[in-house]
Ligand binder design. Structure first.
Ligand code: NAD
Ligand code: DAU
Length: 354
């Protein structure tokens, strides 16, 4: 028995693979293109572990996926691979359409052919799990109830539109062809190995480098925050006992405004690594807002709690402390992933935000 993971060298995927192999002996076939966001160093702990088989490749490459399915005969596919950063999707949507839509389509077709060729027992045990986002539901007004699994799809960015399209494909492959699928729509993850283009690791890295902490607009936009290992635990529960065809919203019950997230990170840095120049709060800089910026996301995670008995283990206070400590202890990881291409992105994104 084995599982095939796509995007397992990225932030959530690598946490999932590391946790999986810490908890079970079931091998992982890890297919990742190693874009700017994928980093084999995230998986360094598995360098000599033959339960981890890494293949550098593209989810749009159908012959490659066919070969992998044929060779390793996985009992499940857990699909993380995606272009994941909203700001990048605004600057260049093409890669998002290709990987998130065409890539998911390619995987679904390969999975369908593979699944059709399995014997009855293999077909019964097979599962395609699609990892998606709460952003497909659009933006909430301040007093609106949180997103449920039946909320309308109203994606607002090229990223969320591409993820919404991929969710629809997964749904259709189940409905039309009977492919056994589950989908999860999760809120903002944070924790170890998150690429420092995203708010929390960017703020930590910039503060330690004495650089501005860029707050888009008024900073009162709200997100729900989930510690990444809690997300991985939810995915394992869904894989084990999720209902065929079901979708599950996954969230941390932590609705927090961006400016308060940054405040909590600063408070921890002031405590754990005080700067001789005074509080890192001096570095807060309001910059031009993200175009089409969603104001609020919130997740109603009662379905997964009731059906699958999953609840997050971390509060935001415990999770953010672990996260800040991890980044303090892994300064070299940050230095290595923030290469030339990263600096180019920072110029592109922030250069035009006075
Ligand atoms: P990430 O950007 O850190 O990692 C994405 C990974 O996919 C990278 O390793 C990259 O190399 C790989 N990849 C990209 N294009 C590929 C291709 N064509 N073929 C093979 N591999 C490719 O993303 P993440 O934050 O870990 O997100 C993982 C998944 O979870 C995504 O589907 C994302 O939409 C979803 N998600 C993320 C969050 C979050 O807060 N980060 C929240 C909800 C859902
Ligand atoms: O909600 C789930 C989504 O969360 C995932 O699907 C995405 O893959 C993931 O990137 C994340 O999207 P966000 O756009 O919410 O994450 P990001 O870290 O880019 O931004 C979080 C909030 O902080 C958002 O309101 C924009 C704001 N922000 C972000 C950056 C990078 C700033 O104010 N300044 C910044 O420099």
């Amino acid at each position: 028995m084995s599982i095939l993971v796509t995007g397992g060298a990225g932030f959530i995927g690598s946490n999932f693979v590391l946790d999986w192999l810490a908890l079970t002996d079931e091998p992982v076939i890890n297919l990742d293109l190693l874009t700017y966001a994928g980093n084999l160093e995230n998986l360094a702990l598995l360098a000599r572990d033959d339960r981890h088989i890494f293949i550098r490749g593209d989810i749009c490459d159908r012959p490659l996926i066919d070969r992998l399915l044929h060779r390793y005969q996985p009992r499940a596919i857990i699909h993380f691979a995606a272009e994941s950063h909203v700001d990048r999707s605004i600057h260049g949507p093409d890669a998002f359409m290709r990987t998130n839509i065409d890539g998911t389509f390619t995987l679904l077709e390969a999975a369908r052919e593979y699944w059709n060729g399995l014997n009855e027992q293999g077909r019964g045990g097979f599962r395609f799990h699609h990892v998606s986002t709460d952003e497909v539901y659009g933006s909430l007004l301040p007093k609106e109830p949180p997103f449920t699994e039946t909320s309308l799809y109203q994606p607002n960015s090229p990223y969320s539109a591409s993820k919404a399209a991929s969710d629809h494909l997964v749904r259709a492959w189940h409905h039309t062809y009977g492919l056994p699928v589950t989908t999860s729509n999760c809120s903002n993850n944070y924790g170890p190995y998150q690429f420092p283009e995203k708010l929390i690791p960017l703020v930590i890295a910039n503060a330690l480098a004495g650089k501005p902490l860029p707050i888009y607009g008024d900073g009162r936009q709200i997100r729900d925050w989930l510690y990444v290992s809690d997300h991985c635990a939810a995915l394992r529960r869904i894989l084990a006992e999720g209902r065929d065809g079901a979708t599950y919203n996954v969230g941390g019950w932590n609705e927090i405004a961006n400016i308060d997230i940054v405040g909590q990170v600063i408070a921890l840095l002031d405590e754990l690594r005080p700067s001789p120049a005074g509080s890192y709060a001096r570095l807060i800089t309001h910059v031009t807002d993200r175009p089409g910026h969603d104001r609020r996301y919130a997740i109603d995670a009662r379905k997964i709690e009731q059906e699958l008995k999953w609840r997050p283990a971390e509060t935001f206070a415990t999770g953010i402390r672990k996260t800040v400590l991890w980044y303090l202890e892994h300064r070299q990881w940050v230095e290595r992933v923030t290469s030339g291409a990263y600096r180019q992105w920072i110029d592109t994104n922030y250069g035009e935000r006075p």
